[in-house]
Design a protein around this ligand. Structure first.
Ligand code: RM4
Ligand code: MN
Ligand code: MN
Length: 431
């Protein structure tokens, strides 16, 4: 079956035709530059063509802050419309063939129809996210926690939701469950921190026992918010301990925005790889807290440092190394489709740059304690402009050399604004 194409393929071809000549010249030049460094450009381009990062279903709607949400016109009103937007991102960018859904936000009656709908665009589903951080009408409240609540009935409700997410995921063809809880406390003395973690482990044991063969559960830690004094799964240490208690199929998920501002995230990544507990990533960028800004917009060098660890692990054939890559950001002032296309490119960029590091040379100077040379070899990838590689990978994959340019020319947003009048209570966005 040929996948449906929400953007006119002729338009992409026309745009590409105007850019192809320059791209070919730039690509050839970069190939010569890299050849002098002993790097095979074609091998890197092939790796980038295979690289994929999942789109969060909630990301195609506008997010918001604690103060307000400013919805983008033509915002998707349900998961089918979200998938349509995700298909645009994939068609133009060729880096995002999967979607990570979120329940109950994406709840539908007919899961088979949803899976088929995704398939009609050539898309499939990545990790399923459970949501026990907000209340649904008629349910027990999560105001004082979910999987760690003092009341067993609330814990059972939260467990049941996660079990339902696994069932949904099975039908959607997913292979992982991501559990992030907002549980914690706002006041010292509010919560017995030890007992809360005991209750977490007890609840998670039931959930993990329900995982089908080959599935993984990802534990996502977060320093603070919504709990502002203590969060039950606050850091990678807690996440790691819980994962090791719960089983080999439980791993830690690193959301780049979920640490204190100066934390050395790449070192955490290295540790998790070493002990086979790196489940995956939620990519975004941050300046102060869980800002959910576009990936690579604040600190692309940090992303590069993270990818250095990932490329190193992959080059070494680190045992059990198979991280899931997902975006997780909130678009408050941009068109979410543009942000997600650009962000997927930033993840690819960091990957391509890290692939340029001469690992043998680096190892030799590390052994010799030649600090300055080690740093220069390390940084050589970051200071190389790999935009041409990304563009060529998109072109070869049938995507757009300039995805944002084609997207704007397609007037997709204007068409959707007519087709999708704003709906009250839309499940789009994070707030
Ligand atoms: C949280 C966390 C989760 C995401 C929610 C919406 O801060 O990052 O991964 O699903 O936000
Ligand atoms: Mn996240
Ligand atoms: Mn977050």
């Amino acid at each position: 079956m040929t996948p449906s194409t929400p953007i006119d393929t002729e338009l992409i071809a026309k745009h590409n035709a105007g850019l192809e000549k320059d791209l070919a010249a730039d690509y050839e030049h970069l190939g010569a530059v890299l050849a002098r460094r002993g790097v095979d450009l074609e091998a890197i381009t092939a790796r980038i063509q295979r690289f994929a990062v999942a789109i969060p279903s909630w990301g195609v709607g506008s997010g918001g802050t604690r103060f307000a949400r400013f919805p983008v016109a033509g915002e998707p009103r349900n998961v089918f419309e979200k998938l349509e937007d995700c298909a645009v991102i994939q068609q133009l960018g060729r880096a995002t063939p999967t979607v990570s859904p979120h329940f109950p936000w994406d709840r539908v009656d007919d899961l088979r129809e949803l899976r088929e709908f995704a398939r009609s665009y050539g898309m499939s589903f990545d990790a399923v996210n459970s949501n026990t951080f907000e209340d649904l009408p008629g349910q027990l409240s999560y105001k004082f926690g979910s999987l760690t609540h003092t009341d067993k009935a609330v814990r059972e409700q939260a467990i049941a939701h996660n079990l339902e997410c696994i069932e949904i995921g099975k039908q959607l063809g997913s292979g992982a469950l991501t559990v992030w809880i907002g549980d914690g406390s706002n006041f010292p003395g509010q919560l017995n921190m030890t007992k809360a973690l005991e209750r977490y482990l007890e609840s998670m044991r039931v959930i993990v026992a329900a995982l089908p063969d080959g599935w993984r559960a990802f534990i996502e830690h977060k320093l603070y918010e919504p709990a502002l004094y203590s969060t039950v799964i606050a850091d990678w240490g807690t996440s790691f301990i819980c994962a090791t208690h719960l089983g080999a199929n439980v791993q830690c998920l690193v959301d780049l925005g979920h640490h204190a501002p100066t934390t050395n995230i790449e070192q955490i990544v290295s540790r998790l790889i070493q002990f086979q507990r790196l489940g995956g990533f939620h990519f975004n960028d941050s300046k102060y807290g869980d800002d959910d800004l576009d990936t690579g917009s604040i600190d692309p060098f940090r992303l590069y440092r993270v990818f250095n660890e990932l490329v190193d692990a992959s080059a070494r054939g680190a045992p059990g190394f198979d991280p899931a890559y997902m975006l997780d950001q909130s678009h408050n002032v941009t068109d979410p489709i543009e942000s997600l296309m650009a962000s997927a490119m930033e993840v690819q960029r960091a990957c391509a740059q890290a692939l340029l590091i001469d690992r043998d040379a680096l190892e030799a100077v590390q052994e010799a304690n030649d600090v300055m040379l080690a740093h220069r070899i390390f940084k050589a990838g970051f200071t190389t402009d790999v935009s041409t590689i990304l563009a060529e990978a998109r072109r070869r994959g049938g995507g757009a050399i300039d995805p944002v340019g084609v997207y704007r020319a397609s007037k997709y947003r204007a068409h959707k604004t007519k087709e999708r009048p704003a709906a009250a209570g839309s499940s789009s966005g994070i707030v």
